[in-house]
Design a protein around this ligand. Sequence first.
Ligand code: GLY
Length: 562
Amino acid sequence: MNSILRNIIRPQHIGAFLCLWFFAGHLQAGEYAVASASPLATQAGIDVLESGGNAFDAAIAVTSVLAVVEPYSSGIGGGGFYLLHQQAANRQVMLDARERAPLAAHRDMYLDASGKADKDLSLNGATAAGIPGIPAALEHLQRNYGRLSLQKTMADAIGYAQNGFEIDDYYRSVAKWRLEVMQRYPSTSAVLLVNGEVPAERAVIRQTDLAKTLQSIVSNGKAGFYEGDVAQKLVTSVRANGGIWSLEDLQQYELIEREPARFRYGDADIIAASLPSSGGIVLNSIFNMLDQLDHDQAEPVEAIHQLVEAMRRAFRDRAEFMGDIDHVEVPVARLSSAAHAQQLLKNYSSAKATASADLRGVAATEGGNDTTHFSIVDADGNLVAATLSVNYPFGSGLIADGTGVLLNDEMDDFSASPGVPNVWGLLGTEANAIAPGKRMLSSMTPAFVHTPERSLVTGTPGGSWIITMNLLGILEFLNGGNAEAIVSRRRFHHQYDPDVIRYEANTFPASTVEALMEKGHQFKVYPWRTGNMHSIIIDKKTGKLDAASDPRGEGQAIIAGD
Ligand code: GLY
């Protein structure tokens, strides 16, 4: 866009106006699709769509099967965010099923006598677990959006829990990584390990207690988890293992419907998770900066430099300002504004990397892989993008006795103390300090992107990289890329601290690395799997779908119908 015109009519100003125009009548696909991290979950979603269910019923099926067959990523002991688009009402909403801190939690609960954060307490066992949100989401989806009963949509999950499922190599590799913690708890070891060790290839894992708890949710809705026998067992087990949950914590848990983050970039209308996920605001801020830098005109090396400099600045804001909006004031409008992006770019140089320490210096640690994402489009054009998590692989490592519920370790997503980074290396301040009943800041960023020609439903796991992986995927989409190109795109990430560009091997030609190092950038190859993206594209002209699951993972995308 002509830059004078752009400064008079900011795309953000006209976004709210145009988004109605983009949605109306364009998404009825006829075809339908599900893309998730597990072929069993994808098939369960497709089966629900084929038996009269809509995208929201399919989301229940996929969530509950993933909770059984991918216990290292998500589960009914965890939480997450569902981005919904109801085509008939042209309505978008975010279901916030994020965990919250127990009522007995307090700001310094993970600090030792010397004021140092004890990672074992915030990552492992009962002390690490927030109050789960997924059971509330299952009931909420069914009651407010679905057409089918939970008995129908959760039947496959209960079957896999009762009769078992065959593990894959990824299960074995992450179980190996979390083995010591899983071995601490007989209730976990007896179910997810075999003779206390990583199960053999293709071992079958049965979770009969989990089947009963899932059945309890089918029979009683969220009360089947947050009240009665299951709630009592959860609290007893958490407290026996040193945790602080109470029955009141469970009874008080509420899913919250929130307005998603919305913004424009060029002719694209982008809708993404809002607080307590930082994802939408951070993405918005990065796109605002790219817009001001005329990113679409940049040469390849300059384009990477711009992306890194925008990531660096937006992640600094994340650390400084973001937390649970119901507990702290977050200047969302300011952080999302073009004026703020202009301010952030004041010290931007196209010739030289800005040292993060010149913005505000901090230290950080490495992270692994976690979380799950799925995308759904139904034949009526309803959309679901959901990113769910138990945080670290296999969450806290503790299955609450007699429930089959593997508890999350999302409490580590709070900042244990200002200046102490979480497991993803993300630094926080007061905005994300621990408080009773507060939701911890997240990076999970399920997203929809609409251009006049196509729509994208997308997301990925990956800790702090979630936001930048989505950024790169969305840019690929806006560049005309198909679903395969979006999920396969090589990835790099900068999060302000550490002040280094982490990247997948073979992302950049040597000459590009050299040119960027001359500008002062540091590089480090990331040795683990980055993300597991699942994306669906709707061609608005033909109604045809295109879907793909990340080649780095074991997932599957299925398109059916018409
Ligand atoms: N536990 C990962 C996230 O919420 O960002």
